[in-house]
Design a protein around this ligand. Structure first.
Ligand SMILES: Cc1cc2nc3c(=O)[nH]c(=O)nc-3n(C[C@H](O)[C@H](O)[C@H](O)COP(=O)(O)O)c2cc1C
Length: 177
């Protein structure tokens, strides 16, 4: 977060570990949208953070965990771009929350989801419930849910998905915490 910026940076967390991730394309679209509006972002790509599995014990003290926890703690707004796996967010994102839970407290969270089909539309809600109930997060009441036909290799090709990314970026700025 820059002290010179009039608006605090918005975090963007890309949670997929896939080298050909579609949710990362959603995250990049959000970054571009916010940049076009002059909003600073802190882009966190989980592929660049080899985190240990949460064991409820020593993993909390791992330097890689502590560094990422400190980075998340500084943000009060975070867009989470997540793959849907087994009717839930992916395990890497769940593991991050297990490792850094208190760092998420009180934040505004928005979701950008990439899924294989329409049937997992509500899949992010278990994770969102944990954020609300455990960590008093505010969940943006609009999220982006995109299926494979919304993308080509370079980015989003579906105009509805693109406009929903823009709308979510607007919500992330407008909500007062
Ligand atoms: C292990 C695994 C489980 C999946 N489970 C679901 C699922 O429950 N529902 C769904 O709609 N898509 C499911 N998919 C498809 C992914 O959500 C889809 O490939 C998405 O693009 C993944 O996000 P990413 O491209 O950002 O990694 C699954 C994919 C994998 C690899």
């Amino acid at each position: 977060m820059s002290e010179s910026s009039p608006v605090p940076a918005i975090g963007i967390l890309s949670a997929s570990l896939s080298p050909t991730s579609r949710s990362r394309l959603l995250a990049e679209a959000a970054r571009a949208e916010l940049a076009a509006q002059g909003i600073e972002t802190d882009f966190i790509d989980l592929r660049e953070h080899a985190l240990p599995p949460c064991d409820g014990a020593t993993a909390y003290g791992d330097p890689r965990v502590l560094a990422l926890k400190a980075r998340i703690e500084k943000l009060d707004r975070l867009l989470v771009a997540a793959p849907i796996y087994n009717y839930d967010v992916n395990a890497a994102l769940k593991n991050l929350l297990e490792l850094t839970g208190q760092a998420w407290r009180g934040k505004l969270i928005g979701f950008l989801c990439a899924a294989g089909g329409a049937g997992s539309y509500m899949a992010v809600m278990t994770f969102a419930n944990s954020l609300m109930l455990d960590f008093r997060c505010w969940i943006a009441p609009r999220f982006v849910y995109a299926q494979p036909d919304a993308f080509d290799a370079a980015g989003i090709i579906n105009p509805t998905v693109r406009s929903r990314v823009q709308e979510l970026c607007g919500v992330m700025q407008r909500v007062r915490l």
